[in-house]
Design a protein around this ligand. Structure first.
Ligand SMILES: [Ca+2]
Ligand SMILES: [Ca+2]
Ligand SMILES: [Ca+2]
Length: 560
């Protein structure tokens, strides 16, 4: 075979197949004459065990629609991967640079990745065949690869480090995110993150990775194979550092996931705080009692406990200088006017006990947040990073000059150096529940969380309440009502136990059974960001939105 028909750099150590051999299954009529590609892993003659990752690339100018793995023959009976069981159309800038004539063609992202289970085959020598099919129906096989299987061998854990990207710098707030996935033939026991060779932290395991599950269909744990941890980079010196991620299985066998360089440029101590808002959701309706009630014993802010709106979340700061790092206070603004401040200065009420809410602490920073602590180990205040505000909307409407309608709620955090960060801006609609005789529903989505990656049939979980009673909860994606993939109904299953909701909203009917579940078929959605709107139909027949959650669909979908 003459390779000089194409100009190829000598760096191409991989074997390249030109004009792949014709197999009976693949038509040749009208198909591109030239096909390029190779199986890159496993290497020729490799000894494999456990779950074997098969990667490579293939190009014929057309968009690839399917990649199939066959073992010990190319008949249908030898096919290993189910339809769509390969991760395809992966960017390969190295290949594109090497074969620039394919840049701009539909097939310009030629990478693929898939897997098979070695234990399904006898020990000894086997042959891998990879079939590439494009959107026009043309297909071809790459040059086969010979491997050896040894099922007695304990496979070392394997995986991918997604972030930080190679040679990247840490985020401006000093937080270094470390995330990826790890799998093993047995069980991953722990994933260690090392910086400059020293163990820094263990990562949190069990993060949802539907994309990994799609191309490791034989591995039940692949759906939760993600790991994640956030590191306070201000504890490191400015400059280049080396990050190493290692996974260890339950037998103590270690596998290297990746080694990566990253840069730290922290101009201490001016790094701003960071955090998130858990509730309200986007586009929530806030409502209150607009009859002018006399002020309560707390000082008059919380008047009608049926209509208390809550704002909660968490905030953290890096520690550059231990004595200066840390969140000083969190505050709430509506249309630029401060409503609440956990610091309690200049006449605004600070952290306090609210008599009308069973003496609960409200408008406070410093609540226990073990969920945040686990992902942000070593950050100051990480265990007690929660904030919580209680707002009586009737008070805003009757005493503070706010009008019914759309407003912008802003949650901000300040550090001890007075650097202020806008944690989130939330459009809310405020109204008088007492005048339109339709108190708006309250609702929440607990799964997915903000910007969570989901795939397959995903059980969406949340709760909903309405003073008029909840009859139905419906789920709309980008404005389109959805059908539950399990029940076939256009509404969620409602009435699951909710003791936590009951404790916070004591005046609502159904408070003890306010949870709902909806099986969302994400495979009918595009792989991108979507808005999930919760619609409540109440006992008076009113259809109202209870808020919106933004999330991300990531399925390994077939291109056909
Ligand atoms: Ca193992
Ligand atoms: Ca700071
Ligand atoms: Ca209502």
């Amino acid at each position: 075979m003459k390779l000089n028909a194409l100009v190829l750099p000598v760096t191409a150590a991989v074997l390249l197949t030109l004009g792949a051999p014709a197999f009976a299954q693949c038509p040749e009529e009208g198909c591109p004459a030239q096909t390029l590609g190779t199986i890159e892993a496993p290497a020729e003659g490799a000894l494999v065990s456990g779950f074997v990752r098969v990667t490579g690339f293939a190009l014929n100018g057309n968009l690839v629609s399917n990649v199939d793995l066959f073992i010990d023959g190319t008949d249908e009976a030898n096919r290993v991967t189910p339809a769509g069981g390969a991760n395809i159309n992966l960017p390969r800038p190295d290949v594109t640079q090497w074969l620039p004539q394919y840049a701009g063609t539909p097939g310009e992202q030629p990478g693929f990745e898939m897997s098979f289970r070695a234990a399904n085959y006898a020990n000894g020598t086997h042959t891998l065949h990879v079939r590439i099919t494009d959107v026009t129906g043309c297909c071809y096989f790459l040059a086969p690869r010979t491997i050896r299987i040894d099922n007695a061998k304990n496979q070392a854990p394997f995986g991918v480090l997604d972030v930080p990207l190679p040679d990247s710098s840490v985020h401006a707030n000093g937080v270094l995110a470390v995330a990826g996935w790890a799998l093993d033939d047995r069980r991953i026991d722990h994933v260690d993150v090392l910086i400059d060779g020293l163990i820094e932290r263990g990562a949190v395991l069990g993060i949802n990775r539907p994309d990994v599950a799609a191309f490791y269909p034989n591995v039940p744990s692949a759906a939760t194979s993600g790991f994640l941890v956030f590191i306070d980079s201000t504890r490191l010196t400015n400059g280049v550092h080396t990050l190493t991620v290692k996974a260890t299985d339950d037998q103590g066998q270690q596998g290297l996931i990746d080694v990566r360089r990253f840069q730290v440029f922290n101009n201490a101590p001016n790094l701003p705080p960071f955090g998130d808002v858990d509730q309200p959701m986007l586009q929530a309706t806030w409502f209150g009692n607009c009859l002018r009630l006399p002020g309560g014993p707390s000082g008059g802010e919380i008047r009608d406990t049926r209509y208390v709106m809550f704002v909660s979340g968490w905030a953290l700061d890096t520690s550059v200088y231990a004595e200066r790092g840390g969140v000083s206070h969190v505050f709430l603004e509506m249309d630029g006017v401060v409503l609440k401040d956990t610091r309690g200065a200049f006449g605004t009420l600070g952290c306090r006990r609210e008599f009308n809410l069973d003496n609960a602490l409200v408008d406070c920073y410093g609540f226990y947040r073990p969920d945040v602590n686990v992902f942000y180990p070593g950050f100051p205040q990480s265990a007690n990073s929660g904030y919580f505000f209680a707002v009586d909307v009737g008070h805003l409407l009757t005493e503070k000059g706010f009008k019914e309608g759309n407003h912008m709620l802003q949650v901000k955090a300040a550090d001890k150096e007075d650097n202020v960060t806008l944690l989130k801006e939330l459009p809310v609609h405020i109204e008088c529940a007492t005048q339109n005789l339709d108190p708006s529903p309250l609702g929440y989505v607990s799964d997915p969380m903000n910007y969570q990656f989901v795939g397959g049939i995903h059980p969406v979980l949340g709760w909903a309440l309405d003073l008029d009673g909840v009859i139905r909860v419906r789920v709309l994606i980008d404005g389109v009502p959805q059908i539950d993939a399990v029940t076939g109904r256009d509404y969620a299953e409602y009435g699951l136990p909710s003791p936590d909701v009951s404790a916070v909203y004591p005046n609502y009917p159904q408070r003890a059974n306010a949870r709902w579940r909806f099986y969302l078929d994400t495979t009918k959605l595009t792989n991108s960001e979507h808005d999930l709107l919760v619609e409540v139909i109440d006992g008076r027949g009113n259809y109202r939105s209870a808020g919106t959650r933004r999330f991300v669909v990531n399925n390994n979908t077939l291109v056909r």
